[in-house]
Write a new protein. Structure first.
Length: 279
C-alpha cells in the first residue's frame, strides 16, 4: 500500500485562521490501525513519517515507497516502533524480536527487510511507527516495557500524577534524531504537559491510547497566545509543529506515546510557557 497521506507544514499565522475542520485535516491523524493494512502519513514537519501496521493472520512487509523514492523503507531513514496491541513479532533482516504490549523496537539506517506479525487475530498486534531521515547506522535495539521502571512525576492534587518512560533518547537507545517514549497517567489524573512548552528545535507527535470507547481527549495546540483544541479518541495521533504548544486533558486517565525529531535529541530542551502567557 502506498503512503496514503501527505501533510504539509503550516505557518502559525495561517493556522490561527483554521476552522475546526481545517485544524483536524492538517494535524489530526484519525485512523492509524486498519486491520490487515499499513497506514502511513508523510508530514513535511522534519520529513517524518507516522504510521500504523495491524497484521491479521498474514505477515505484513514494510517496503520502500514512491513518495520517498527509496528501494527499501530504511534506505535513508530510521524508525522507532511501539506495539500498542496484542502480542506479535517483528523480524528485521532475519532476526526476530518478540513484541508485547508497549514494547519498543528501534531499527536503524540500512536494514532492508521488516516483517510484522500478530500472534492472534482476535487481539492483533498494533504497531505504531515514527520514522525520520538518518545519516548514520545505529544497531537494532529492543526494550521491553516491563524492564523500564520510569520516573514518577506530578501529583494527584494537580491531576497530573504520571510515570514517564523514555525509550529512545540520549541515555537510552541511540538514534540519529528520533526520540520516543511514553507517559502513563495514573487513575484520577488527566492533564499532560501542563505547564506547557514548545521547542523550536523539534517537531512532535502524540499518540493517545488506553482511552475507553466513550472517553475523549482535549488536545491543546497553537501558539501560546493563539491556542486551539482538538477533540480526540483512543488510538488517534496529532502532529505538533515546532511553534505549537502540545498538552491536554481527557475525561479519564490514559497513556500517550510521544515522538520527536529535529535539530537535537535533548529531551529537556523545551521553551517553557508560563500560565499567564496562555490565551
Amino acid at each position: 500500500m502506498d503512503i496514503v497521506e501527505t501533510r504539509y507544514s503550516t505557518h502559525p499565522d495561517h493556522a490561527k485562521t483554521f476552522t475546526t475542520e481545517e485544524l483536524r485535516k492538517h494535524y489530526l491523524i484519525e485512523e492509524l490501525f486498519v486491520p490487515g493494512e499499513i497506514k502511513l502519513v508523510y508530514t513535511m514537519e522534519d520529513r517524518t513519517i507516522v504510521g500504523g501496521i495491524t497484521p491479521m493472520g498474514e505477515t505484513i512487509s514494510l517496503k520502500g515507497y514512491d513518495q520517498i523514492k527509496a528501494d527499501y523503507f530504511l534506505e535513508r531513514r530510521e524508525v522507532g516502533i511501539f506495539n500498542v496491541g496484542g502480542s506479535g513479532k517483528i523480524t528485521v533482516d532475519g532476526e526476530t524480536y518478540e513484541m508485547e504490549n508497549k514494547d519498543c523496537l528501534y531499527v536503524g539506517l540500512g536494514k532492508k527487510e521488516l516483517l510484522f506479525t500478530s500472534k492472534s487475530t482476535v487481539n492483533p498486534a498494533k504497531y505504531y511507527l515514527f520514522s525520520a531521515p538518518a545519516h548514520k547506522e545505529y544497531p537494532v535495539q529492543h526494550v521491553a516495557f516491563k524492564d523500564i521502571e520510569g520516573d514518577r512525576l506530578g501529583s494527584l492534587e494537580n491531576a497530573n500524577d504520571r510515570v514517564i518512560r523514555r525509550m529512545i533518547h540520549n541515555e537510552g537507545i541511540q538514534s540519529c534524531q528520533v526520540v520516543m517514549g511514553l507517559t502513563q497517567l495514573n487513575t484520577g489524573s488527566v492533564w499532560n504537559s501542563m505547564p506547557t512548552h514548545t521547542h523550536d528545535r523539534r517537531m512532535e507527535v502524540y499518540l493517545y491510547i488506553d482511552l475507553d470507547e466513550n472517553a475523549r481527549m482535549f488536545h491543546m495546540m497553537g501558539e501560546p497566545t493563539e491556542t486551539r483544541h482538538l477533540v480526540m479518541k483512543n488510538e488517534q495521533a496529532v502532529i505538533s509543529p515546532p511553534w505549537s504548544i502540545h498538552c491536554g486533558s481527557a475525561t479519564s486517565n490514559y497513556t500517550f506515546i510521544w515522538a520527536m525529531a529535529g535539530e537535537n535529541k535533548t529531551y529537556n530542551d523545551m521553551d517553557q510557557v508560563t500560565m499567564d502567557q496562555l490565551r
